[in-house]
Design a protein around this ligand. Sequence first.
Ligand code: HEC
Ligand code: HEC
Length: 300
Amino acid sequence: MSQNSTSIDPATGAEIRSHEWDGIRELDNPLPRWWFWIFLICVVWSIGYWIAMPSWPLATTYLKGTLGWSQRANVAADIAALQESRRPIEQELMAANLDDIENDPDLFSFALASGRSAFKDNCAPCHGAGAQGAIGYPNLNDDDWLWGGTLADIEQTIQHGIRNASMDSRFSEMPAYLTLGTLDRAQVSDVTEYVLSLSGRAEDAQAAERGSSTFAEQCVTCHGEDGKGMRDQGAPNLTDSIWLYGGDRDSIFETIAKARNSSMPIWGERLPAPTVRALAVYVHSLGGGEKSTMNMEGAQ
Ligand code: HEC
Ligand code: HEC
């Protein structure tokens, strides 16, 4: 490192500083004036900004600034404005006759959009993002309904839930036949064989035959004489290939032995009425939505 050798750089005319690192030396150029002033203005601006806007965290609060600006309040105001703008169409939705909603394009598309987004927020954790369901959580895309598939049925199911504290909730309770001792293991096994026979899968005809009388005694009140289920009990059709808890022998045995009796929340307590209705329209649109007249014909 060479010492005190002040010299002038021939290319720029600037003074070369005395220090040197590994042969690299530095020119003594002042900052450009424009740069310096902008820097100073920024410093002054930041002090003003600091006083006017929220700036500094304190133990439990923060310096709010003289302008009182708040991102949270702005978002709340935006949401309130959005809700206000939706109010008329929500009122229309609540006033409409259920069966007319699908014939009113504006109302229908509003209900679908708002139902779809409420579904993602509230229902997807159990029923899946595409409403495809999972073990114990019914698929809402098909036209197989436990409790009924008309708009009114679906709205009722969502509003009051299933097997919970609401007086109006859907309710039924399949007994846990083995746990309660109503049937012994062999009887449960036989009736399992009979249930398999309903979808043509029995392997032991004699066991299925023995099971059929147990079925007639214990099960027809809910599942019907033909095993096709009953909507006022939420009892599934046992003759098709759609299974809530699995259609293999072990799963069916488990269901009969211990019962399942799962529940769904009372959405009417958690969501505003127009949202529940929008959800019903959305769910109804997913699968083979039933018309209310069909239900009247099928009602028992
Ligand atoms: C905590 C889990 C859970 C959540 C969240 C949930 N469900 Fe359910 N849902 C269930 C279960 C379990 C059943 C079936 C209960 C039974 O009858 O055995 C069900 C059944 C239903 C049915 C009846 C289907 C039929 O075949 O009759 C509808 C309709 C439904 N849910 C809609 C919704 C909607 C809409 C939401 C969102 C607002 C929702 N569910 C959120 C668990 C849930
Ligand atoms: C009080 C009404 C009731 C009675 C009695 C009843 N069930 Fe059920 N069963 C239901 C309901 C409701 C469900 C579905 C909902 C749940 O448990 O979550 C069901 C579900 C089932 C399932 C599961 C179906 C699937 O899709 O996974 C099988 C299998 C079944 N029952 C068989 C029987 C048999 C066999 C008997 C008689 C030994 C019987 N049930 C008696 C109401 C009943």
